[in-house]
Ligand binder design. Structure first.
Ligand code: C5P
Length: 309
């Protein structure tokens, strides 16, 4: 096998219900993931050792300087994990072309890890030993990070536990999104910690999250307006506390006609829902003009998870 190329989507959380902190430091979640058509591409090819190169996709303004290119990179760790599972040496050159914002709340690092799992499993596939099954990749994904299994699965899915235990959700049609993409600046652990702190300060105990029925109905009926009204992110107050300027970004999107607006995951990317493709185009142009974000990107969802090209 000479080279394997994999395309993998970003995600937005349609509902992020954060429950109590667990003994292992993670929070119990109800996490409705939705994969959107903003893709990273990863190529894996044979090499003398483990090599990693990262570049920005054409026309994207992704801050690739923030991506570690050593063994800490989640894609490199994924390659090492697949190699050890198969009992081979991780002799692979990974090349990642990024369009997903780095540390932006759209699971870009998890996406790259999912792509590396799929690419390396294919690259080292050999008739001499049993191939890795989809479930093996999902299990290795969960070991690497809470959002990695969903990047393998794609579509729209409900994640519970840390977010890694997934059930696909029924959806109809296509939803049109505009993202005010922002790279970095909000660390996921810091946003979760701020969420805990805000709840403590308000004397609130963490609720046990449950799936929002109105959200699931909106998805199943393809009702964009109802979906916009049902979007919810328990991490949003914490992200706004740590990055107050995000309130202006969210308000700008609402004022310019978005039918739903929320911080994506732990942020700082903000996601806006539009009713039609044309509305999304208008909203993107208007948001760009408002100057509230580094980059405005349109995308549609749901789309499939990590796919070999
Ligand atoms: O699993 P992952 O490494 O992607 O998680 C990054 C960080 O996000 C964790 O270290 C933890 O601080 C926080 N997190 C959490 N509860 C979850 C998922 C993530 O507190 N369910």
């Amino acid at each position: 096998m000479s080279a394997v190329r994999v395309r993998v989507p970003a995600k937005v959380n349609l509902q992020l219900g954060v429950g109590p902190i667990r003994e292992d430091g993670y929070h119990d979640l109800v996490n409705v993931f939705h994969a959107v058509s903003l893709f990273d591409e990863l190529t894996a090819e044979p090499a003398d050792g483990l090599e990693l190169a990262v570049e920005a996709a054409p026309y994207s303004r992704v801050a690739i300087g923030r991506v570690p290119t050593d063994a800490r990179n989640l894609a490199a760790r994924a390659a090492v994990l697949v190699a050890s599972r198969l009992g081979v040496e991780p002799r692979v050159r990974l090349r990642i072309r990024k369009a997903i914002p780095v540390a932006g709340g759209m699971a870009g690092g998890s996406a790259d890890a999912a792509a590396a799992l799929v690419a390396c499993a294919r690259l080292w596939d050999d008739r001499e030993r049993p191939a890795l099954a989809r479930d093996d990749l999902m299990e290795m994904g969960a070991e690497l990070g809470s959002d990695v299994p969903f990047a393998l699965l794609g579509g729209t899915a409900i994640g519970v536990g840390r977010g890694e235990r997934l059930t696909p959700a029924l959806t109809r049609g296509t939803f049109h999104w505009v993202f005010a993409a922002a790279d970095g600046g909000l660390s996921t652990p810091a946003v979760y910690a701020e969420c805990d702190r805000l709840r403590d300060a308000a004397g609130e105990s963490a609720p046990r999250p449950s799936v929002a029925e109105d959200l699931m109905t909106a998805l199943a009926t393809g009702d964009a307006k109802a979906l916009g009204a049902a979007l919810a992110n328990d991490l949003q107050p914490a992200a706004l506390e740590l990055r107050p300027s995000l309130a202006r970004t969210l308000n700008a999107g609402r004022d310019l006609g978005a039918i739903g607006a929320l911080v994506s995951g732990s942020g700082p990317t903000c996601a806006f829902l539009a009713e039609t493709d044309e509305d999304a185009a208008d909203l993107a142009v208007a948001l760009d003009g408002a100057g509230v974000a580094e980059q405005i990107v349109r995308a549609q969802g749901p789309v499939p998870g990590a796919t070999v090209l």
